[in-house]
Design a protein around this ligand. Structure first.
Ligand code: HEM
Length: 515
């Protein structure tokens, strides 16, 4: 099942390198035809013009012209590594997914960590959330856990995501990052405050990818073998501990070594210092959801651990670097829609939209058959009637029927015992564009206030300076609006930021273009 046939009836002869008469491996073109000279183009005489007969030269140029795939529209800069997940605690009472079936069970994993709004060459030490993606190659298919290093997010309805990202990326005219757009959007969307405070706190710039936690952020549903469901949240706690960079360290490293985080991960794995994370879940009984103080499907809120404590599940270890960045990291593609039996979504509006967007963008970025690329391919057999499409490199179902239902017992059949949607009661309602009553009633400021009050004086001061250094690039009326949001959270936060802006304006940071 794993070996791709050529479609020409010939087996691949990959094992033995083809040797030239020089006894060394032979250089061939892409059709496997020997190359005799890779330094001199074919010309008419030694000073004459090139001729079309130089098939190798044209092939080499033409392929080079097509080397790039589009970078990810967000999370373009990243690092990846292979490893495994090992179950350390029995959670079969909560989840029937085969990867959790017994203590000690190991499942291969590929992980990718990223910054969000910078391009693929952007400095790793940007003040930005970090992506935390894991692909578990389980017997029931690939489970992707596509999370961030923070448990909350800027918006609670994905309809606002493209606007949010536009405001964080480059200005349509100047092609520069635009603090004005950044704070214009955020100050009009107060639900963002919780994530904003985390981003500008000392945790806003992790010291490399090894020293940060990962969170599924959304609420998910776990189903056990009896069909019982629980709401869960995923936490991957760094066994290296949390370490962060100050603003001053981050901007210095951005100049000296923009690939700081990629290098840190690669070198530590290369040296056998394997990073690991302990996987915990928070568990909420289904019936709590309606009555809990906060909407448990609101991505701007956490479940405080005093209400829903962490329960240990297992250990994630990354112990092998990619051998080829493009093949394994750039072509890797993660999707929240890749869930295995036992893991299902919650009604979180952002999660629901993400179930569509990732596979859609993958088809655009790396092609319709992106799930056939080795890093994305399920190592257990994929048995489907879906077929054809550009760059199909499997046996594509061979000669068997490519439709279902069919009359053949030896062909793939759906198994009602492995539901992807465990039946659940959906409150009936009118279709429409609603803001939930709970969101209207609730306070956007209570959890941010809890966060602010939890910080040490030093951390508060760092946060205030980080915000001031950024927001002073925005127009006066936008700053004013954001200060009002800060003051609803905590009067001290607002007055300190205001004072810090004033101070920074009088004494601007060197090389800052902000007027
Ligand atoms: C990447 C959309 C929110 C985590 C992406 C990509 C898209 C996208 C289109 C590029 C994927 C690719 O090219 O392979 C969205 C939308 C969101 C959203 C529409 C709605 C608000 C989130 C949230 C999280 C998250 C809340 C974390 C909890 C990630 C990660 C990646 C990513 C980790 C990088 C995946 C990788 O390493 O390849 N997102 N995103 N996103 N997103 Fe989101």
């Amino acid at each position: 099942g794993t070996h791709a046939a050529n479609g020409n009836g010939l087996a691949d002869q990959e094992q033995a390198p083809r040797l030239g008469t020089h006894g060394k491996p032979l250089y061939t073109n892409l059709a496997g035809i020997p190359i005799s000279d890779d330094n001199n183009s074919v010309t008419v005489g030694d000073v004459g013009a090139l001729i079309f007969e130089d098939v190798h030269m044209f092939e080499k140029q033409a392929h080079f012209n097509r080397e790039r795939v589009p970078e990810r529209v967000v999370h373009a800069k990243g690092a990846g590594a292979h490893g495994y997940f090992e179950v350390t605690k029995d959670v079969s009472d909560l989840c029937k997914a085969k990867l959790f079936s017994e203590v000690g069970k190991r499942t291969p994993v590929f992980g990718r960590f990223s910054t969000v709004t910078g391009e693929s060459g952007y400095p790793d030490t940007a003040r930005d959330p970090r992506g935390f993606s894991l692909k578990f190659y389980t017997e029931d298919g690939n489970w992707d856990m596509v999370g961030n290093n923070t448990p909350v997010f800027f918006v609670r309805d994905a309809l606002k995501f493209p606007d949010f990202i536009h405001s964080q990326k480059r200005n349509p005219q100047t092609h520069m990052k635009d603090p004005n757009a950044y704070w214009d959007f955020l100050s009009l969307v107060p639900e963002s405050l919780h994530q904003v405070l985390i981003t500008f706190s000392p945790r806003g710039v992790p010291d490399g990818f090894r020293h940060m936690n990962g969170y599924g952020s959304h609420t998910f549903k776990w189903i056990n073998a009896e069909g019982q469901a629980h709401w869960v949240k995923f936490h991957f706690k760094s066994d290296q501990g949390i370490k962060n960079l100050t603003h001053e360290q981050a901007i210095k490293i951005a100049g000296i070594n923009p690939d700081y985080a990629i290098e840190d991960l690669f070198q530590n794995i290369k040296n056998g210092n394997y990073p690991s994370w302990t996987f915990f879940v928070q568990v909420m009984p289904l019936e709590d959801a309606l009555n809990y103080k906060w909407d448990p499907f609101d991505l701007t809120k956490v479940w405080p651990q005093k209400d829903y404590p962490l329960r240990e599940v297992g250990n994630l270890v990354l112990n092998r670097n990619p051998t080829n960045y493009f093949a394994e990291v750039e072509q890797s593609s993660f999707s929240p829609a890749h869930m295995v039996p036992g893991i299902e979504p919650s009604p979180d509006r952002v999660l629901q939209a993400r179930l569509f967007t990732y596979d859609d963008t993958a088809r655009h970025r790396i092609g319709t058959n992106y799930l056939q690329i080795p890093i994305n391919r399920c190592p257990f057999r994929v048995q489907t009637y879906t077929s054809d499409g550009p760059m199909n490199v499997t046996e594509n179902g061979g000669s068997r029927p490519n439709y279902y239902p069919n009359s053949f017992e030896d062909l793939p059949h759906p198994d009602p015992a492995t539901p992807d949607v465990t039946p659940y009661k959906h409150p009936e309602g009118m279709v429409g564009r609603y803001m939930p009553q709970k969101w209207k009633d609730q306070d956007d400021y209570d959890q941010p206030r809890m966060l602010w009050q939890l910080l040490s004086n030093d951390d508060q001061e760092q946060m205030v300076n980080n915000i001031a250094g950024h927001i002073l690039g925005a127009q006066e009326f936008i700053v004013k609006r954001q200060l009002e949001i800060f003051s609803k959270c905590d009067e001290g936060l607002a007055t300190h930021v205001e004072a810090a802006i004033k101070k920074k304006k009088e004494n601007p940071e060197p090389y800052s273009m902000v007027a």
